[in-house]
Design a protein around this ligand. Structure first.
Ligand SMILES: Nc1nc2c(c(=O)[nH]1)N=C([C@H](O)[C@H](O)COP(=O)(O)OP(=O)(O)OP(=O)(O)O)CN2
Ligand SMILES: [Zn+2]
Length: 147
């Protein structure tokens, strides 16, 4: 599933990078409407993160691709997503580990890191494929598309 075409996000930043990554993880969705997905089961998640900006760092990077992989796959690979209790919980539907929420949480993790960088790149889009037939695209509301 890597190397597929992703939906484009329009902006006026000079640079845009995309990092594909994947991780294997288990989860369950703690709501009756999730049916069989209330039971613990696993996926290979395919993720694409889009980062844009006008300034490069001292290495000539917007952000090192390896840093993005570490932030996402490094944290979630071979884990039970529900165990990441600082991110997910069974009480608030906005924090259930659904594909939608996983995509938003990845955005929040990446943007929190980008906020610390002097060249101030921004995360424009997070694509998360949970199964061969199901994926979500998360785009933050507050991103200014004029760079
Ligand atoms: N909007 C969402 N719907 C569902 C989610 C979700 O995260 N967001 N998650 C699930 C389950 O976790 C399941 O793992 C994925 O469901 P689904 O795409 O239905 O999986 P199938 O492989 O059975 O899909 P088919 O296309 O029918 O083969 C459920 N819904
Ligand atoms: Zn699932």
């Amino acid at each position: 599933m890597l190397q597929q075409i992703y939906p484009q996000v329009f902006h006026n930043y000079e640079y845009e990078l995309n990092k594909d990554m994947q991780f294997a993880a288990a989860h369950f969705v703690p709501h009756k409407d999730a049916g069989k997905c209330q039971n613990i089961h696993g996926h290979t998640y395919f993720v694409n993160v889009t980062v844009a900006g006008n300034e490069l760092d001292e290495s000539g990077f917007l952000i090192n691709f390896a840093t993005l992989k570490k932030l996402v796959s490094g944290q979630f690979d071979h884990t039970l997503l529900n165990d990441h209790t600082h991110l997910f919980n069974d009480q608030n539907h906005n924090d259930f580990p659904t594909t939608e929420v996983v995509a938003r949480k990845i955005y929040e993790i990446v943007q929190a890191h980008l906020d610390e960088l002097p060249n101030k790149p921004v995360c424009m889009q997070v694509f998360v494929r949970e199964t061969p037939t199901s994926y979500v695209v998360y785009r933050p509301k507050q991103v200014k598309h004029n760079g």
